[in-house]
Design a protein. Structure first.
Lengths: 253, 308
């Protein structure tokens, strides 16, 4: 293992976060706070409790997931796309680093950033609503697993994209709708039976459901299924990345 | 001693079908400065990119200090430093951070003393806290060299490092290159400035159309392929070469004011003595004479022009 290289890339990526603190940390925290004000305080007070949890508290896990997913994808995709765009990727490709080390470094940094954002949002939420986390270890596990999985997805996206528009395409037009429709703001039990079935094809449902279970002990789908689906998605992303590196697709001519 | 770089039957066909390299065989000796010359699109950058791991080869093998670049890529790449042709740098990093990043990326532990020396050698020390975006093109080029040297490579590739660099900076760079060579670093450079190759290189390779068409010791190459010319400045201009001198192959130049005689320095007889006698007999007087040897550029142009 070339630990020095992993450290160098990781530090480089984290330094980028430091330089763009407003964009990386402050902006998602601010937008999530706005969700709390609108959905939690203004509209939420007129909505009944969901599964015995006040609406303001109910949406906290979903909101954290929403930011976690978009941040993980954006951070990782930008991290690998930008060196490709500027041409500085030559240095990483010519260095004595394995594919695994490159992925650990870039995805690790992207996941770290989004986990930080997630934890800051959690702390911010605590200012608005009383929070009770029933399974804190599971909560952290879901947080990390989801961050890593979606950072892997972002990494794939950053290699696939050949312009900035494509880079924005997946977070805006795929991840955000899936997160909104995946039960961020409602329990899927509130939907008509037909849409409940349709929703089960949305992978984000399992992430949000599992994450919400770690808070309140209640879930739309069983916790075992949530863990399984999260791992399945992780394995699929790893398989795609190993294929990319094996073939050099979009990286090596 | 075994060569530090051994390229065997290396080929590259791009997805577009373009055959960039056609069975390249080349060996680079330890500690030498090898100049790779070739016109645009000849395959120079593709060759360097394959050796450095940026482009995948279609066939053939490359070993760096005995390490295969595919099977044993870690050991092979750790020995190589690359200064790319394009000025590709991060914008918002400082010089100090980016050079230290390169050292870490190549698996070396932090060593501020080495990075400091590299920066000082390249006159970058005063700029160490500057962001890359604030540097001039020439300074960025120096940063790329510093990045390539940060992990103390044994083989350094310089892909047209002086393109677009002013004369003073170019001289500075070559001073650094010479100093590196003195410390035992093997240097492979491509350049458009053939006088640089002529000035610096121990051996010269010429690549054209994806094939190495010549590899030769520079001095030997210039001796073998170089032509020499004797230029006679005439006291009285001539309208034509006199018939008595027709067989000598003389050319009349500069409005009849000079006679140019081309000869082979390797031949048993150069014919100069006989020519001078004939000129005297023809009553042609001259006020000055000079000789001129072909430059590496002349040789290069003749080589790549020749049908392969």
């Amino acid at each position: 293992m070339n630990f020095h290289a992993i450290k160098a890339i990781y530090r480089f990526e984290m330094a980028r976060t430091g330089r763009t603190l407003f964009q990386s940390i402050v902006s998602p925290v601010l937008s999530t706070s706005l969700y709390f004000v609108v959905f939690g305080a203004a509209i939420g007070s007129r909505i009944e409790e969901v599964d015995g949890v006040s609406y303001g508290a109910f949406i906290v896990p979903g909101l954290i997931m929403l930011s976690l997913l978009t941040q993980s994808v954006s951070n990782a995709s930008f991290g690998i796309y930008f060196p490709r765009f500027t041409g500085t990727i030559y240095e990483v490709l010519s260095a004595p680093v394995s594919y695994l080390e490159i992925v650990i470094a870039y995805v690790g940094a992207a996941a770290t950033k989004s986990i930080l954002v997630g934890l800051i949002i959690l702390a911010t939420a605590h200012l608005f609503v009383p929070l009770d986390i029933q399974h804190p270890v599971w909560m952290l596990l879901f947080l990390m697993l989801t961050a890593v999985t979606f950072a892997l997805l972002g990494f794939i996206l950053g290699i696939w994209a050949d312009n900035f528009e494509k880079l924005q395409f997946v977070p805006l037009l795929v991840v955000t709708p899936l997160a909104f429709l995946g039960g961020s703001f409602y329990s899927i039990n509130m939907l008509p039976p037909f849409w409940q079935t349709v929703t089960l094809f949305n992978p984000v449902v399992y992430l949000i459901s599992g994450f919400r279970w770690s808070f309140y002990g209640q879930a739309d789908v069983s916790i075992g299924l949530s863990v399984f689906m999260t791992f399945l998605f992780l394995v699929i992303c790893l398989a795609v990345i190993s294929w990319i590196f094996k073939t050099g697709w979009r990286l090596r001519a | 001693m075994s060569p530090i770089l051994k390229i065997s039957n290396l080929s590259k066909v791009y997805d577009s079908g373009f055959h960039a390299l056609k069975g390249i065989d080349l060996e680079i000796e330890r500690g030498e400065l090898f100049a790779l010359l070739g016109p645009n699109g000849a395959g120079k950058t593709t060759l360097i990119s394959i050796i450095c791991g940026i482009v995948n080869a279609s066939g053939g093998t490359v070993t760096v200090d005995g390490h295969d670049i595919a099977r044993d890529f870690r050991a092979a790449r750790a020995e190589i430093g690359l200064v790319p042709q394009e000025l590709t740098t991060d914008a918002f990093e400082t010089v100090w951070a980016t050079v230290n990043f390169s050292r870490g990326l190549f698996g070396k532990p932090k060593n501020h003393a080495i990075v400091e020396k590299v920066l000082k050698d390249l006159s970058l020390w005063d700029k160490r806290d500057n962001k890359l975006i604030t540097l001039s093109g020439g300074m960025k080029r120096r940063v790329l060299i510093a990045k390539a040297l940060a992990h103390e490579p044994r083989v350094l590739f310089l892909d047209e490092p002086t393109a677009g660099v002013d004369v003073e900076l170019r001289r500075d760079m070559w001073r650094v290159v010479r100093r590196l060579q003195e410390t035992g670093v093997t240097i492979i450079l491509t350049t458009h400035y053939i006088e640089e190759a002529e000035d610096l290189a121990d051996r010269v390779g010429v690549i054209n159309g994806g094939e190495i068409i010549l590899v030769e010791d520079k001095v030997e190459l210039m001796r073998k392929l170089g032509r020499k010319q004797l230029i006679l400045h005439l006291a009285d201009p001539l309208e034509a070469v006199p018939e008595t001198l027709a067989e000598r192959g003389l050319e009349l130049g500069q409005n009849g004011e000079t006679l140019v005689y081309t000869y082979d320095t390797q031949a048993e007889r150069t014919g100069i003595t006989a020519l001078l006698k004939d000129l005297h007999a023809a009553g042609i007087r001259f006020r000055d004479l000079q000789t001129r040897q072909s430059s590496l550029e002349d040789i290069f142009v003749n080589l790549v022009k020749a049908p392969s």
